[in-house]
Design a protein around this ligand. Sequence first.
Ligand SMILES: [Zn+2]
Length: 88
Amino acid sequence: MNEDCGACGIHFERESGYFSMSIFIAYVMAAVISIPVMVFVYLYQLPSHWYYLAPSILIVLFIPALFRYSRIIWLYLDEWLDPRDTPI
Ligand SMILES: [Zn+2]
């Protein structure tokens, strides 16, 4: 991730540990992705135990997207809750 915005030059990380909250957002996003798969695997009682690894495999595949989009969501959420003097 870039440290500063390429368009307006604003510094994304306001303080050290600024993106810690994005970990929680990524957790919620991972739950949204994996819980429907878990419910599907449980309800249909799929024959092989390998199907039960599907939610974990999905999360591993989505790690790059979860990492980036959770930070973006946190940036916009934080800007909405505590706006800066200059817009993002
Ligand atoms: Zn910008």
